[in-house]
Write a protein that binds this ligand. Sequence first.
Ligand SMILES: Nc1nc2c(ncn2[C@@H]2O[C@H](COP(=O)(O)OP(=O)(O)OP(=O)(O)O)[C@@H](O)[C@H]2O)c(=O)[nH]1
Length: 344
Amino acid sequence: MTSLTKVPCTIVTGFLGAGKTTLVRHVLENAGGRRLAVIVNEFGDVGIDGEILKSCGIESCPEDRIVELSNGCICCTVADDFVPALKRLLDHPAPPEHIVIETSGLALPKPLVQAFNWPEIASRVTVDGVVAVVDGAAVAAGRFADDPDAVSRRRAEDVSLDHENPLEEVYEDQLLCADLVVLNKADLMSSEERGRVISEIGRVVSGSVKIVEVEHCRVSPKVLLGLGVATESDVANRVSHHDNEAEHDHDDFESFVIDLRGFETPQILIQKIAEAAAKHDILRVKGFAEILDKPMRLLIQGVGSRIQHRFDRAWHKDEERLSRLVVIGQKGLDAKAIRNLILG
Ligand SMILES: Nc1nc2c(ncn2[C@@H]2O[C@H](COP(=O)(O)OP(=O)(O)OP(=O)(O)O)[C@@H](O)[C@H]2O)c(=O)[nH]1
């Protein structure tokens, strides 16, 4: 049971581009007057998600209650970054009634849940629940398992969970820690794919974990918040691929930043990014770009080979028109070739 004196915290996990920021934004927009705060963490040095959340100017969550932690994955910087950030929010004169924590797409939720047992914060906060967002289209396309049947056959024979596919291990660790699964991007799946993906997820999570299927993470905060699980007291039961590692260092993945020049049209830039995504194994691209003669900044979002863009807000008068992209992939990504392709 959640103690009445503890501030409930919802941990939002999910692989790169699954829809975590979309979900947090939806929660903020539908908070129903509840005083919320957000801690948002990203892999890579540039905070795009915090910018996206701040740019929506939601009254229930002013900018000073959106805290960005972009100094590495939250699961590895718990002591240095996460705990102090949490304490600052709790010490605010009007402390939040509920805190939503968006972890990076490569973060493992378990170390974060464990941190809630630290004496420094244990009496003040509790994990209301871990919500795992799943990119249904990516699972259906087999991004996390080349052959899901072979993996489940192997698991039936060997409970150690090891399959040495870093993408799959991170994805599964996130599911294995979940109290609720949001199966997102329903619009990009056929009904046959939906059935297949739901049964694949069902093979990983325990039977008591509900799977909610949605588009654009449109799921009511009434469903997401108030689960009251106190996950930190159940952490021993959340199996992880990384249980036997002293430190998890994300060595399998890397990211780099491309500083862009202004482009004449969005299409010129998007085409180059699409070309780079088709030629290289890019997992995620995101950033903002200046389009010459346009007062608005262009938001670019790429997940695998699917690239989306929109003008999200006007550049502020006194703002430097920073135009750059963050590119994330598995180790070995050819940064030079990708940079040349996009800037060429
Ligand atoms: N077609 C479709 N696109 C979606 C849906 N949900 C989110 N997206 C898009 O997917 C992209 C990634 O969404 P985000 O919410 O930024 O994903 P994220 O999990 O926060 O990404 P990272 O923080 O980089 O791991 C964006 O371009 C979204 O607009 C959906 O249900 N359908």
